[in-house]
Design a protein around this ligand. Sequence first.
Ligand SMILES: [Mg+2]
Length: 363
Amino acid sequence: MEIREVQADHYVIPLPVALSDSTHGTIRGFELITARVRDVEGAEGVGYTYTVGAGGAAVLALLTRDLAPLLVGRDAERIEEIWQAMWWALHYGGRGGAQVLAMSAIDIALWDLRARRQRAPLWRVLGGFDPRVKCYAGGIDLDFPLDALLRQADDHRRRGFRAIKMKVGRPSLREDVERVRAMREHLGADFPLMVDANMRWTVDEAIRAARALAELSPVWLEEPIIPDDVPGHVRIVEEGGLPIAAGENLHTLHEFRALIAAGGVTFPEPDATNCGGVTVFMKVCHLAEAFNLPVTSHGAHDLTVHLLAAAPNRSYLEAHGFGLDRFIAEPLRLERGLAIAPERPGHGIELDWKALDLLRAAR
Ligand SMILES: [Mg+2]
């Protein structure tokens, strides 16, 4: 079906509580950039991407100035063809950053449109493995005092979570170890607990941290160092003694290939909103499967639950929505710690456009 129009919008969503991690500073709000793709029969698919506070205007400009005109008149069903056209149109100034965020929003909208037209949930259209996906609550809590950190963990458990991730990367490793130990004692020996350093460390610091944290049995240590250092990741996997999750800052299939093939990651962790959309997320899942690795995910859980529900090698879904739940008609459903991919057509995310209208970014 021919594409009639693409509408892109840019919002700034304030967070209910300011968040902080080891590298991005204090996050008071995030930018949501949406793409709505409509075909000539009036059917619509919705895609989105986000930033942690900066760069959204560039994404909007790429969507409205470059990608919308490229898409109008094309066959919406030929998602791969459209993906390649977008990639090569923006390649010279692209291959990452704003360009791939914009492409991701379009790609997500196209997959939503395809599934809606089939009146099927996205996870079934993508292959349909199992709609019940293990899920953890991702805390952005590096600067929470210890009692607030433990209270947050209790809140997560009350809400049905059976796995939790906390931040590390405090100024001293001793503090990190004390905080993780307190969480471990609070949650019990068998409760799945992940830790995330948001690229804080050097390779040697990361190896020291991994060894110090090993006795507290985290499921994984996430993003110990910058995403670009492939040999560094390999050293950390080999010398640190902990499983490593990484990928929320990898923006292409080829970056995933380099890290996975080198043996630098245990849990590849793509984000559909910044790696090239559903199309590339699923390719990363299949690539990981070929290397016998479990995939996890970053962000956008209402969408990503469908993608992991279609991947036999999935592990945990990250649940962390930047407070977007307020604007979604039916947010993610949990049952005994499992996230359930819905049966509604498409990805099933109905955004509250009226409420979002009040949060439009300044031009
Ligand atoms: Mg992370």
